[in-house]
Design a protein around this ligand. Structure first.
Ligand code: HEC
Length: 201
């Protein structure tokens, strides 16, 4: 992975120093693919993007049904990650995937907490993949969305996920992110990898 993205990063750095950041954003950010009907295609290879954190909302602690089940594995597309590291802002074309897994259950599962006993201790362990969401920043394609951020789901029914997805209405997703997320609609406050990067600068 490093070898593959090194040239891109070098190019971004050079361009941002010489020609200004906006030029670099347009040419170097690996944006999402859309079909003729304007639906976004399921991102390819997102499990190899940069993993930034895994918030956990166990169903057992959320009245049996958390709005987003249960582990939330969050991955940032690498060219957007590099730009964010360099500038502290999310570039146009940013893609962030959130893949959901259930917590594992077995004979030791506690009904009240949903926790398991494993050799490392009592707690939560990731089970099967169950859903996929995508966040895209694209002011040109989504000028009506606050911040240019559009929100998608490829389903919560497990694999295989839907091949394509349409953007949710603003109130379904964008509004909560607008009000509560720390860095331009993204919940960086919950991702240790991004927090550490931001503190460094
Ligand atoms: C009530 C508030 C709320 C709503 C509504 C909401 N989200 Fe989020 N979203 C969060 C929080 C909090 C996080 C980070 C912590 C977590 O995952 O539990 C998050 C994280 C995300 C992430 C990972 C990137 C990031 O911004 O941190 C994606 C992708 C995402 N949400 C998609 C969606 C989609 C798609 C919808 C609409 C179907 C939606 N969200 C609706 C609160 C919300």
């Amino acid at each position: 992975m490093t070898a593959k993205y090194l040239p891109t990063f070098a190019m971004i750095t050079t361009l941002s120093l010489t020609a200004g950041w906006s030029l670099a954003q347009d040419s170097d950010i690996h944006g999402a693919q859309f079909n003729a009907a304007g639906k976004v295609l399921q991102p390819v290879g997102y499990r190899k993007w940069i993993f930034v954190g895994a918030p956990l909302t166990p169903n057992a602690l959320n009245g049996g049904e958390a709005p987003f089940p249960e582990f939330h594995n969050v991955y940032v597309e690498p060219t957007a990650f590099a730009a964010f590291e360099a500038t502290g802002t999310w570039p146009e074309g940013t893609q962030i995937a959130k893949e959901l897994t259930m917590v594992q259950t077995d004979v030791s599962t506690d009904e009240e907490t949903g926790a398991n006993a494993q050799v490392s201790g009592v707690g939560y362990f990731q089970g099967e993949f169950v859903g996929l969401e995508l966040l895209i920043k694209d002011n040109q394609r989504f000028p009506q969305e606050p911040g240019g951020w559009a929100f998608f789901s490829f389903g919560h029914g497990g694999e295989p996920y839907a091949e394509t997805a349409s953007a949710f209405p603003t109130d379904s997703c964008n509004a909560c992110h607008a009000d509560n997320a720390e860095t331009d609609f993204v919940f960086t406050q919950f991702y240790p990898v991004l927090r550490a990067m931001m503190e460094k600068d």
